[in-house]
Write a protein that binds this ligand. Sequence first.
Ligand code: DC
Length: 212
Amino acid sequence: MIIAVDGPTASGKGTIAKRLAAHLGVPCLDTGLLYRAVGRQVAINGGNPDIAADALAACNFPDKLLEDEILRTEESGSLASRASVHPEVREALFKRQRAFAEQPGGAVLDGRDIGTVIAPDADVKLFITASVQSRARRRWLEMVEKKLDHEEEIPLSEIEKDVVARDARDINRKDAPLKAAPDALVIDTTTFDREAAFEMVLEAVQEALNKR
Ligand code: DC
């Protein structure tokens, strides 16, 4: 069983995906982490994520980079978003994601294009979203709690701007833009609390399992 969990930045999709995977006893892949590793590797190489050749060269990042906490910073997210617009980069990361999705026993993958490009054949497709304000606030609280970014504390208004810019880039890119698959269940976590959202997710998954 393949479960696709897509949505914009800080929508809570990562938490839902991990929880769901644990509940079902299947592995989970945070595909954003792969793009973050590419973005970070471009910076390590001294390249520019807006240049396709630089971004493509960074796709053979070492696996140990995936464990680096620096990938969780706003800066890495922004580098990832810029590197991810290049079709060459998306193509280079496709096989790895598809192989993960196809593993026996099933898998949960979260990202932007799982239900539309990586696994259009997914058994369940979820699109998790929330208002810009609530996503920015969530991201800001997370940063304050974890003190991930080493810069001085970034004001909430700055994070909000970054969320808007990231949404625009992810939605408007030509290749595999961020959008809900027509057959995805859209869950807005602005109006639902975490538990209620997860209940809805479990129900959708159960329904899909019953149909098999
Ligand atoms: O989910 P995230 O914030 O870790 O993702 C970081 C960036 O990576 C996001 O702004 C766009 C890109 N991305 C993508 O293009 N496709 C995916 N499946 C996952 C992430």
